[in-house]
Design a protein around this ligand. Structure first.
Ligand SMILES: NC(=O)c1ccc[n+]([C@@H]2O[C@H](COP(=O)([O-])OP(=O)(O)OC[C@H]3O[C@@H](n4cnc5c(N)ncnc54)[C@H](O)[C@@H]3O)[C@@H](O)[C@H]2O)c1
Length: 294
């Protein structure tokens, strides 16, 4: 079935980004949140982002205008009734996501694909509350969605190949590069690999082997990474990373994902990275300055 109408649940950071890229690519998009404040905030984010793309000459003004014309907002779940694809991007809570998927299963037509943007919850457990697990798929976008090229597509245990192919074609049509995750494992590809590396990088700092600056420099100059693991951790939030590692550890009991003691102490003392002004680096001057001495 051709995807024309897209319904996005959640107008936060990710939902608004997904709605924006889909509307820019010409899809009719309805974005749902629970109150006007969240919807207004989502729309403002989209308008600002489109404005910047136009300013930089990356999106023609006409395209930005039609993107906005392609977008509607709603507080009603029932507006999902004519959607061909739903992308869910609400808080990372399994009970909330399951409640939404149960409702969507009732409201949407039988051919509608139900996708989730979860970063860590199993696709299979979200699909399990529906009567159409073959139509449920993971579409894991990265933040900020309009800038980041990747969409990880994840098979749940019962996702059909047809659903995966339709989701992949849609993600590519809205301008993303895709990777297919063939098994619904904790962390998918990105977090499974990325978090193991973050843990190792923090261990190296904790052991006094090298400063965060030298760990980052090694990965940037030695492996052509655009950012080093310590500065990435500061950007993501040390607490966010720690919770993500614990989530993988809890599922796999794989000790590579047990958050290093240094990480736990940093969280306990509020060294969470950019958002608190200090983490592996000091941001209090407005610039990224070294903070750790060995
Ligand atoms: N932030 C990231 O970098 C990132 C990256 C990849 C994936 N994700 C995943 O994307 C999802 C959303 O994350 P986010 O950062 O956009 O969160 P966010 O907090 O910015 O937005 C979540 C939105 O969902 C809304 N919401 C809550 N209950 C709702 C409901 N019943 N119906 C409709 N809307 C509802 C909230 O009001 C809020 O606006 C999470 O599953 C997260 O793990 C986040």
């Amino acid at each position: 079935m051709a995807i024309k109408k897209v319904y996005v649940v959640g107008a936060g950071l990710m939902g608004a980004g997904i709605a924006q890229v889909a509307a820019t690519a010409g899809y009719q998009v309805t974005m749902r949140d629970i109150n006007d404040e969240a919807l207004d905030k989502g729309m403002k984010t989209i308008e600002k982002s489109l404005g910047k793309f136009v300013e930089k000459g990356k999106v023609p003004e006409d395209t930005a205008k039609s993107a906005l014309a392609n977008l509607k907002t709603t507080k009603e779940m029932s507006d999902a009734s004519d959607a061909d694809l739903v992308v869910e991007a609400v808080f990372e809570k399994i009970e909330l996501k399951q409640e939404i998927f149960m409702a969507l299963d009732e409201i949407t037509g039988p051919d509608c694909i139900l996708a989730t943007n979860t970063s860590a919850i199993s696709i299979t457990s979200i699909a399990s509350v529906t009567k159409r697990p073959e139509k449920v798929v993971g579409t894991h976008f990265f933040s900020p969605v309009p800038m980041m090229m990747l969409c990880e597509l994840i098979y749940g245990l019962q996702t059909s190949t047809e659903t995966m192919e339709a989701a992949k074609a849609w993600a590519e049509d809205i301008g993303k590069e895709t990777v297919v995750v063939n098994k619904d494992v904790a962390g998918f590809i990105a977090n499974r690999v990325g978090l193991a590396m973050s843990g190792m990088a923090i261990d190296v700092v904790a052991m006094g082997v090298a400063t965060p600056q030298d760990v980052d420099k090694t990965m940037k100059l030695g492996f052509a990474h655009r950012m080093g693991p310590c500065e990435t951790a500061d950007l993501t939030g040390i607490d966010v990373l720690m919770n993500a590692m614990k989530a993988i550890y809890n599922e796999t009991q794989d000790e590579r994902y047990w958050p290093p003691e240094l990480m736990q102490r940093m969280v306990a003392s509020g060294l969470l990275g950019r958002k608190t002004g200090k983490g592996f680096y000091d941001y209090s001057s407005g610039k990224q300055e070294p903070y750790w001495e060995l």
